[in-house]
Design a protein around this ligand. Structure first.
Ligand code: DAH
Length: 335
């Protein structure tokens, strides 16, 4: 730029600059380009500063004329820029709204959702019924030792339940628990009576697989210890539970034997014209209480153990226990 420009020429340049700026700004179609344009117009090395530096060479009294015109230009250009920014933003929003429309009325593509195995729902249903009677859920380990699985439950050496045929021994003193009854002992070691618990879990026996047997199955242990509990409490609890679960099926108690209860009973329900054994139960043997340091003169209680598979099979009319373990969706989808 020549250093000999007059005041009039500079003002003309500013007018041209303003018109061109307005036109260029109108033509920009995105934010980045607009920013580049802003810098080329108003930035340190932009077109406006070129004019202003030429202004420095004018006689002092002429400078304010050019300066005022330059300020006006700057304000106007800034206004063009901000108007354009608004328009561009609005256009971008409209594009987004147009392209991202979502039809919420379109039916969803079927998402395969997993189902809960009926054994799980049966377990939860049984636990719920007992929780409604004030019981808490307790758990114990599946790998047990001789003491908890047998000795503390008054199962003496040589009892058939200890037979190698029935128990999976793991070596040393360890074994896979054959029932959930050891949770009785573990819980009473940690908690003072009165107690009321239900303890669900897997148990293991060396049984051959057939329609009613599996080497791994599920039990729920029931235990109540308090002052003054007798067989009528056991009977009342079991009947209330069975009626809630099965409805009005006929129920009978049969005298039986378990080393850890005295007296003991097995409970049958009549189903499809046959008596079907569903649980063992009894009054906790005083020897078990004494082993835990509880005075049998003061504390008494009852216990029960039930097989979840059996409850599940009766409830759903399932004829073969193996169906419960095979993860066949054609079977599981029915529940
Ligand atoms: N533990 C026994 C079993 O597996 C079942 C049982 C019977 C549990 C009587 C009890 C009970 O708590 O009182 O075969």
């Amino acid at each position: 730029m020549s250093s000999t420009l007059s005041c009039q020429e500079l003002i003309e340049q500013l007018e041209v600059l303003e018109q061109e700026a307005q036109k260029d700004i109108e033509e920009v179609s995105d934010g980045d380009s607009l920013e580049k344009l802003r810098i080329s117009l108003l930035g340190k090395k932009g077109r406006l500063s070129v004019v202003l530096s030429a202004m420095g060479r004018l006689p002092g009294e002429e400078r304010p004329l050019v300066g005022q015109r330059a300020n006006l230009l700057k304000t106007k250009v800034q206004q063009f820029l901000s108007d354009r920014t608004k328009v561009l933003k609005q256009q971008a929003l409209e594009v987004l709204l147009r392209e991202e429309t979502l039809d919420v009325t379109v039916p969803p593509i079927g998402v395969p959702v997993g189902k809960r195995n009926p054994l799980v729902t049966t377990t939860e249903e049984i636990l719920d019924l007992f929780c409604g009677l004030g019981y808490r859920v307790a758990e114990g380990p599946e790998i047990e030792n001789d003491h908890y699985n047998f000795a503390a439950l008054n199962i003496p050496e040589g009892h058939p339940a200890r037979d190698m045929q029935d128990t999976f021994y793991l070596g040393g003193n360890l074994l896979l628990r054959t029932h959930t009854s050891p949770v009785q002992i573990r819980y009473l070691e940690q908690n003072k009576p009165p107690v009321r618990i239900v303890a669900p879990g897997r148990v293991y026996r060396r049984d051959a697989v057939d329609a009613t047997h599996s080497p791994v199955f599920n039990q729920i242990e029931v235990l109540a210890i308090d002052e003054g509990l007798d067989f009528s409490h056991l009977r009342g609890t079991v009947l209330a539970f069975l009626r809630s679960f099965f409805g009005d099926l006929p129920v009978r108690f049969r005298a039986s034997y378990f080393p850890f209860t005295e007296p003991s009973a097995e409970v049958d329900v009549q189903w499809r014209g046959r008596w079907l054994e569903v649980m063992g139960c009894g009054m906790v043997d005083p020897a078990v209480l004494e082993g835990l340091g509880l005075d049998p003169e003061r504390w008494s209680g009852f216990a029960a153990g039930l097989g979840v598979e059996r409850f599940c099979m009766v409830r759903h009319g399932i004829d073969d226990i193996r169906r419960l373990y095979t993860n066949d969706l054609r079977f599981l989808d029915q529940f």
